[in-house]
Design a protein around this ligand. Structure first.
Ligand code: GUN
Length: 293
């Protein structure tokens, strides 16, 4: 079994990004700048956003974190997004999800300029991704593709079960694994809560991407010998052994599944770290205006 080591791959990729920023600045250009908006004080969102900001600093990007209280109106949030869309010193904008119930997530998603949408959630970007046109790819699927590529994993002609159909991971991942590209060219089954015989589908698949947010869901009997297993789960579960009182659990029962796999990504230390790379690469591409809209 080979561990898909997010720590190793992300560290290497951050060094490359940092070198690219140094070159940009030496050539008299501005370093890429990411702006993150955080509404309320959801513990997990706080952790993710501070990690995004910290990683920006690590590679030499500029970053700004804009905070709003959880009772902010939709109008105020939309106004701020429009202001950032017009700010030429900011290349990428993300609004951390989830948002409080008074705010329409779709309106917020569509308010972000597609050219600054480094989360890749705007319908322009997801539509372009569907058509295999240049687009910002959502950070987690993008990170997984980079991980597969780094380890030289051949995906062409393989069967791939994606579990979970979220807009953030499962849905775009299924499209990316199916498209005529590398990594890609898989025969994909997109599994979800209504899927019948899910165990049989996954047990027959060469690649499994587990992105449903249920700790330990993928068990030994659901995985075939020699499979490639990508664990996207990042659920906080109570823990008596950590200072914070919780630990991060993946969607795969790693202890019992890993010995059957050709490759498996751990949690923590796997996909989560690659998600950050996806976001940083998108921000770099936005700064360089690599994608024309
Ligand atoms: N919430 C969970 N994952 C994400 C993500 O990738 N981007 C944003 N904006 N919010 C999230």
């Amino acid at each position: 079994m080979i561990l898909l080591d997010g720590k190793l791959v992300s560290a290497e990729m951050k060094l490359k990004l940092k070198a690219e920023v140094t070159e940009m600045v030496a050539a008299g250009k501005r370093a890429p700048h990411l702006c993150a908006i955080l509404v309320g004080n959801n513990g997990a969102s706080e952790t993710y956003v501070s990690s995004k900001v910290r990683n920006c600093e690590e590679v030499g990007f500029g970053s700004s974190l804009i905070r709003f209280d959880s009772d902010i109106s939709e109008e105020v949030l939309l106004d701020k997004i429009h202001e950032i869309n017009d700010d030429e010193t900011i290349d990428g904008l993300i609004v951390q999800l989830p948002l409080p119930p008074q705010i329409n997530v779709q309106k917020v998603t569509e308010a972000i300029s597609p050219s600054k949408d480094v989360d890749g959630f705007h319908p322009t970007n997801s539509g372009r991704l569907m058509q295999n046109l240049p687009a910002f790819i959502p950070a987690t699927p993008y990170g997984i593709l980079m991980m597969l590529d780094y380890y030289g994993i051949q995906t062409e002609g393989k069967t791939c079960a994606v579990i979970g159909r979220s807009n953030i991971v499962g849905m775009p991942m299924s499209v990316l694994m199916a498209r005529n590209d590398s990594p890609g060219n898989c025969t994909v089954t997109l599994c979800h809560s209504k899927t019948k015989n899910l165990e049989q589908v996954t047990a027959a698949s060469d690649i499994i991407v587990a992105a449903l947010g249920r700790p330990g869901f993928v068990k030994e009997n659901m995985v075939k010998e020699g499979a490639i297993v990508i664990d996207v789960g990042i659920t906080r579960v109570p823990s008596a052994t950590t200072k914070s009182g919780f630990k991060i659990a993946g969607d795969v029962d790693f202890q019992n599944v890993s010995s059957k796999c050709a490759y498996i990504s751990p949690v923590p230390g796997g996909v989560g770290l690659m998600t950050i790379i996806g976001l940083l690469k998108n921000t770099m591409a936005a700064a360089k205006k690599e994608i024309s809209f």
